[in-house]
Design a protein around this ligand. Structure first.
Ligand code: NI
Length: 174
Protein backbone atom coordinates (compact mmCIF):
# COMPACT_ATOMS: atom_id res chain seq x y z
CA UNK A 1 0.00 0.00 0.00
CA UNK A 2 1.08 3.57 -0.51
CA UNK A 3 0.15 6.97 0.85
CA UNK A 4 -0.87 9.13 -2.11
CA UNK A 5 -0.64 12.93 -2.11
CA UNK A 6 -4.06 14.60 -1.79
CA UNK A 7 -4.90 17.40 -4.24
CA UNK A 8 -5.82 20.73 -2.63
CA UNK A 9 -8.44 23.06 -4.16
CA UNK A 10 -8.64 25.04 -6.31
CA UNK A 11 -7.51 22.51 -8.91
CA UNK A 12 -9.19 21.53 -12.21
CA UNK A 13 -8.77 17.83 -11.35
CA UNK A 14 -11.25 18.32 -8.49
CA UNK A 15 -13.85 19.73 -10.91
CA UNK A 16 -13.84 16.83 -13.37
CA UNK A 17 -16.39 14.04 -13.74
CA UNK A 18 -15.04 10.59 -12.76
CA UNK A 19 -15.51 7.53 -15.00
CA UNK A 20 -17.12 4.26 -13.83
CA UNK A 21 -14.79 1.30 -13.30
CA UNK A 22 -15.47 -1.59 -15.67
CA UNK A 23 -15.01 -4.12 -12.89
CA UNK A 24 -13.29 -4.22 -9.53
CA UNK A 25 -10.07 -5.99 -10.46
CA UNK A 26 -6.70 -6.14 -8.71
CA UNK A 27 -5.79 -2.61 -9.85
CA UNK A 28 -8.99 -1.14 -8.41
CA UNK A 29 -8.50 -3.07 -5.13
CA UNK A 30 -4.96 -1.64 -4.93
CA UNK A 31 -6.38 1.84 -5.51
CA UNK A 32 -8.96 1.26 -2.72
CA UNK A 33 -6.21 0.14 -0.31
CA UNK A 34 -3.96 3.08 -1.20
CA UNK A 35 -6.88 5.47 -0.76
CA UNK A 36 -7.70 4.03 2.68
CA UNK A 37 -4.09 4.33 3.76
CA UNK A 38 -3.93 7.91 2.45
CA UNK A 39 -7.20 8.77 4.21
CA UNK A 40 -5.97 7.40 7.56
CA UNK A 41 -2.61 9.15 7.16
CA UNK A 42 -4.47 12.45 6.66
CA UNK A 43 -6.89 11.74 9.57
CA UNK A 44 -9.89 11.91 7.26
CA UNK A 45 -13.17 9.95 7.39
CA UNK A 46 -13.61 9.73 3.64
CA UNK A 47 -11.72 10.09 0.38
CA UNK A 48 -12.67 9.98 -3.30
CA UNK A 49 -10.36 8.85 -6.11
CA UNK A 50 -10.31 12.27 -7.88
CA UNK A 51 -8.70 13.71 -4.72
CA UNK A 52 -5.64 11.56 -5.44
CA UNK A 53 -5.75 12.41 -9.15
CA UNK A 54 -7.54 9.25 -10.33
CA UNK A 55 -10.74 10.03 -12.26
CA UNK A 56 -12.51 6.77 -11.37
CA UNK A 57 -15.75 6.29 -9.46
CA UNK A 58 -14.22 4.90 -6.28
CA UNK A 59 -14.68 6.19 -2.73
CA UNK A 60 -13.54 5.02 0.71
CA UNK A 61 -15.02 5.89 4.10
CA UNK A 62 -14.49 5.03 7.75
CA UNK A 63 -16.60 7.01 10.21
CA UNK A 64 -15.66 4.92 13.28
CA UNK A 65 -14.55 6.95 16.30
CA UNK A 66 -10.98 6.85 17.61
CA UNK A 67 -11.91 4.49 20.45
CA UNK A 68 -13.86 2.13 18.17
CA UNK A 69 -12.63 -0.61 15.89
CA UNK A 70 -11.99 0.77 12.40
CA UNK A 71 -14.68 0.12 9.78
CA UNK A 72 -13.03 0.66 6.41
CA UNK A 73 -15.42 0.63 3.46
CA UNK A 74 -14.57 0.87 -0.23
CA UNK A 75 -17.27 1.52 -2.83
CA UNK A 76 -16.89 1.43 -6.61
CA UNK A 77 -19.51 2.97 -8.95
CA UNK A 78 -21.71 4.07 -6.02
CA UNK A 79 -25.19 5.34 -6.91
CA UNK A 80 -27.97 6.63 -4.68
CA UNK A 81 -31.04 4.41 -5.17
CA UNK A 82 -33.12 6.04 -2.42
CA UNK A 83 -32.86 9.18 -0.31
CA UNK A 84 -34.95 10.43 2.61
CA UNK A 85 -37.27 13.44 2.36
CA UNK A 86 -35.83 14.59 5.66
CA UNK A 87 -32.66 16.66 5.56
CA UNK A 88 -29.71 16.96 7.89
CA UNK A 89 -27.42 19.97 8.29
CA UNK A 90 -23.88 19.31 9.48
CA UNK A 91 -20.57 21.07 9.44
CA UNK A 92 -18.38 19.51 6.75
CA UNK A 93 -14.69 19.65 6.02
CA UNK A 94 -12.62 18.10 3.23
CA UNK A 95 -9.05 16.90 2.89
CA UNK A 96 -8.89 18.94 -0.34
CA UNK A 97 -9.95 22.12 1.51
CA UNK A 98 -7.76 21.83 4.62
CA UNK A 99 -8.79 23.84 7.69
CA UNK A 100 -12.04 25.11 6.16
CA UNK A 101 -15.51 24.10 7.32
CA UNK A 102 -19.08 25.02 6.49
CA UNK A 103 -22.60 23.81 7.21
CA UNK A 104 -24.12 21.77 4.38
CA UNK A 105 -27.70 20.44 4.12
CA UNK A 106 -28.28 17.02 2.54
CA UNK A 107 -30.82 14.15 2.77
CA UNK A 108 -30.42 12.62 6.24
CA UNK A 109 -30.50 9.01 4.98
CA UNK A 110 -29.60 7.30 1.72
CA UNK A 111 -29.43 3.84 0.20
CA UNK A 112 -26.44 3.39 -2.08
CA UNK A 113 -25.79 0.58 -4.57
CA UNK A 114 -22.13 -0.15 -5.32
CA UNK A 115 -19.54 -2.77 -6.20
CA UNK A 116 -17.48 -4.06 -3.28
CA UNK A 117 -13.85 -5.16 -3.42
CA UNK A 118 -14.95 -8.62 -4.66
CA UNK A 119 -16.83 -6.97 -7.56
CA UNK A 120 -20.14 -7.98 -5.93
CA UNK A 121 -23.16 -5.65 -6.10
CA UNK A 122 -24.08 -4.48 -2.59
CA UNK A 123 -26.37 -1.93 -0.99
CA UNK A 124 -25.56 0.31 1.93
CA UNK A 125 -28.21 1.95 4.10
CA UNK A 126 -26.71 4.99 5.75
CA UNK A 127 -27.90 7.69 8.10
CA UNK A 128 -26.22 10.17 10.41
CA UNK A 129 -22.57 10.94 9.76
CA UNK A 130 -22.15 7.95 7.43
CA UNK A 131 -24.91 9.29 5.13
CA UNK A 132 -23.27 12.73 5.12
CA UNK A 133 -19.82 11.30 4.44
CA UNK A 134 -20.93 8.98 1.61
CA UNK A 135 -22.85 11.81 -0.12
CA UNK A 136 -19.87 14.17 0.30
CA UNK A 137 -17.52 11.60 -1.27
CA UNK A 138 -19.97 10.81 -4.10
CA UNK A 139 -20.12 14.55 -4.85
CA UNK A 140 -16.38 14.42 -5.59
CA UNK A 141 -17.11 11.95 -8.42
CA UNK A 142 -19.17 14.70 -10.10
CA UNK A 143 -16.52 17.34 -9.54
CA UNK A 144 -18.55 18.89 -6.73
CA UNK A 145 -16.95 20.13 -3.50
CA UNK A 146 -18.79 20.92 -0.26
CA UNK A 147 -18.18 24.62 -0.92
CA UNK A 148 -20.36 24.27 -4.05
CA UNK A 149 -23.31 23.80 -1.64
CA UNK A 150 -22.76 27.12 0.15
CA UNK A 151 -23.08 30.75 -0.97
CA UNK A 152 -20.68 31.93 -3.65
CA UNK A 153 -19.51 34.65 -1.29
CA UNK A 154 -18.39 32.12 1.36
CA UNK A 155 -17.02 29.79 -1.33
CA UNK A 156 -14.88 32.50 -2.88
CA UNK A 157 -13.46 33.52 0.50
CA UNK A 158 -12.38 29.92 1.20
CA UNK A 159 -10.93 29.34 -2.30
CA UNK A 160 -9.07 32.65 -2.21
CA UNK A 161 -7.50 31.76 1.14
CA UNK A 162 -6.45 28.35 -0.18
CA UNK A 163 -4.94 29.89 -3.32
CA UNK A 164 -2.95 32.27 -1.13
CA UNK A 165 -1.79 29.45 1.18
CA UNK A 166 -0.65 27.43 -1.85
CA UNK A 167 1.37 30.38 -3.17
CA UNK A 168 2.99 30.78 0.23
CA UNK A 169 3.74 27.06 0.26
CA UNK A 170 1.67 26.57 3.43
CA UNK A 171 -0.29 23.77 1.84
CA UNK A 172 1.25 21.41 -0.65
CA UNK A 173 -0.81 20.63 -3.70
CA UNK A 174 -0.21 17.33 -5.42
NI1 NI B 1 -13.98 15.96 0.41
Amino acid sequence: MAVLPIIVAPDPRLKAQAEPVERVDADVVRLMDDMLESMYAAHGIGLAAPQVGVLKRVIVVDVSKDDEESQPMALANPEVVWESDEDITREEGCLSLPDHYAEVTRPSAVRVRYLDRENEIRELEADGILAVCVQHEMDHLEGTLFVDHISSLKRNIILRKLTKSKKLGEVVSA
